[in-house]
Design a protein around this ligand. Structure first.
Ligand SMILES: CC(=O)N[C@H](C=O)[C@@H](O)[C@H](O)[C@H](O)COP(=O)(O)O
Length: 226
C-alpha cells in the first residue's frame, strides 16, 4: 500500500474547467513533471485526472472529487459515492472534507468508516480548525491536513495571506495521525518551515501547477504595462 513518506513534498495537480490546463492530459504531464522534480506524492481531483495520473506514475495519489451543490458548503469528496469513484480511478488515499458542516450525505463518521472498511483506503482529513482535526483523529483517520484553514466561515475572516502555521503546530501537538501542511505554501522556505514545525509532509498546489495564477502574481507586481 502506498503511503505519504515522511518529509514528502506532495504536489497538487488540479485545474478547474475554466483553466486552459484543465483535463487529464495536462494533469498527467504536471504529475510527471512533479515526479521528475522530486515530489513524493500527488494530490488530484476527479476520476479522469486520477486515472490519467495513475497511468504515468507510481507515486502515491491522494484523490479527491470536488462536487459543488447549491446550498451545501462541503464539496471535497462529500459522500461515499464520490469516495468510491476516487478509489476506483486508482487513488491510494482518499481525502475528504472533515469539517462538521452540512455535507448532504452520510455523516463524516460513517464516511470515514466506509472508506476504511469497504474501500480499504486510508483517509486524509481536510480540516480548518484544531477542534475538527482532533475530532477526525478520534474517528481514526490516517492523515490530518490544514487544507481548509481560511476557507470556512469560521476561519475565513481574517484569512491570513500565508499558511496557517499555528494550526500545523497545534494539530501536530494534539493528534495521533500525521499532520500534513496544506494551503498557501507559496515558497520553498515556507514548505520547509512546515516540516520544522511538526508537519509530516507538505502539499503545494497553486505555486507549482497553476501558471495562470503565478503569472497573475508577477503581472500584479509589475503593474500595468505602458
Ligand atoms: C480550499 C480548497 O479547495 N483547496 C483545494 C484542495 O484540494 C485546492 O484548490 C488547493 O489548490 C490545494 O489545497 C493546495 O493549496 P494551494 O494551492 O494553496 O497550494
Amino acid at each position: 500500500m502506498r503511503t505519504i513518506p515522511k518529509g514528502a513534498l506532495v504536489v497538487s495537480c488540479q485545474a478547474r474547467a475554466d483553466n486552459p490546463l484543465h483535463g487529464p492530459v495536462f494533469m498527467a504531464a504536471m504529475a510527471r513533471a512533479a515526479e521528475q522534480g522530486g515530489a513524493g506524492a500527488i494530490r488530484a481531483n476527479g476520476p479522469a485526472d486520477i486515472a490519467a495520473i495513475r497511468a504515468v506514475t507510481g507515486l502515491p495519489i491522494v484523490g479527491i472529487l470536488k462536487h459543488w451543490r447549491d446550498g451545501i458548503p462541503v464539496y471535497i469528496t462529500p459522500d461515499f459515492a464520490s469516495a468510491s469513484a476516487v478509489a476506483a480511478a486508482g487513488a491510494d488515499i482518499v481525502a475528504v472534507d472533515a469539517t462538521p458542516r452540512e455535507r448532504g450525505g452520510e455523516t463524516l463518521e460513517t464516511l470515514v468508516r466506509r472508506i476504511r472498511d469497504e474501500l480499504r483506503k486510508p483517509v486524509f482529513a481536510d480540516v480548518s480548525t484544531l477542534e475538527e482535526g482532533v475530532a477526525a483523529d478520534a474517528m481514526g483517520v490516517d492523515y490530518i491536513a490544514t487544507t481548509l484553514a481560511g476557507y470556512t466561515d469560521e476561519t475565513a475572516s481574517p484569512r491570513s495571506a500565508g499558511p496557517d502555521f499555528m494550526l500545523v503546530e497545534a494539530l501536530a501537538r494534539r493528534c495521533r495521525a500525521p499532520v500534513v501542511a496544506e494551503g498557501r505554501f507559496d515558497t520553498p522556505d515556507l514548505a520547509a518551515e512546515a516540516l520544522a514545525r511538526g508537519a509530516h509532509a507538505v502539499v503545494v498546489g497553486t505555486m507549482i501547477t497553476n501558471p495562470r495564477e503565478i503569472t497573475r502574481r508577477f503581472a500584479a507586481a509589475l503593474g500595468p504595462a505602458a
